[in-house]
Design a binder for this molecule. Sequence first.
Ligand SMILES: CC(C)(COP(=O)(O)OP(=O)(O)OC[C@H]1O[C@@H](n2cnc3c(N)ncnc32)[C@H](O)[C@@H]1OP(=O)(O)O)[C@@H](O)C(=O)NCCC(=O)NCCS
Length: 170
Amino acid sequence: MRIDVRLAKKSDKKAFVRLALERDAGMNDVSSCYKPYRKAIGNSKYWARKFDKLVKEKRLLLECIDGKVVGLLQFSLDFIDYPAAYVELVFVSKSNRKHGIAKQLFSRAERIIAVKGYSKIFSSTNPSNRISLRMHKKLGYRRCGSIYGIETPSSREIFVFKNLQCPKKR
Ligand SMILES: CC(C)(COP(=O)(O)OP(=O)(O)OC[C@H]1O[C@@H](n2cnc3c(N)ncnc32)[C@H](O)[C@@H]1OP(=O)(O)O)[C@@H](O)C(=O)NCCC(=O)NCCS
């Protein structure tokens, strides 16, 4: 089995959109979400446009098993218009979960971000996502607050962070 974690390239578009749509299909009721977000869900054109931007900006990591894309992690380097690294989305295909794929994606993202000189990385999750909460804790992320009303008027997003080790100079 060949496992590969790498930045996405143009030829990954179809596989990325397929995985993003799998993620959307697994989402619970989105009828109460704000309109722009609701419109994006399940929309292949939205994801195709997003892909082009992420590839251009080198902000999308993919994990492949024997060439098949099974996981994705997208990050931002200017969260809330400030130089702060933030994990925007992480998703692993249902049939490939619990094999350490998210762990490897986070590890690669943290390395890339640390090399760029950031000493901290942020991420966030919905309070009802117990697996995500557990995953972040296991990967060394600590809670740093909540923001209300991002997804729906009454929703809460829990924010977490991790300090990054500055890579050793050779
Ligand atoms: C959350 C998600 C990305 C985890 O991906 P994964 O590849 O299965 O995770 P890993 O195998 O790397 O596990 C990392 C840690 O997460 C936790 N974890 C993962 N799956 C878990 C599960 N089903 N139950 C409990 N803990 C779990 C464990 O602590 C695990 O570490 P351990 O195996 O050493 O105990 C995946 O379940 C997913 O895509 N879910 C839907 C999208 C989502 O919720 N994304 C996160 C939103 S912020």
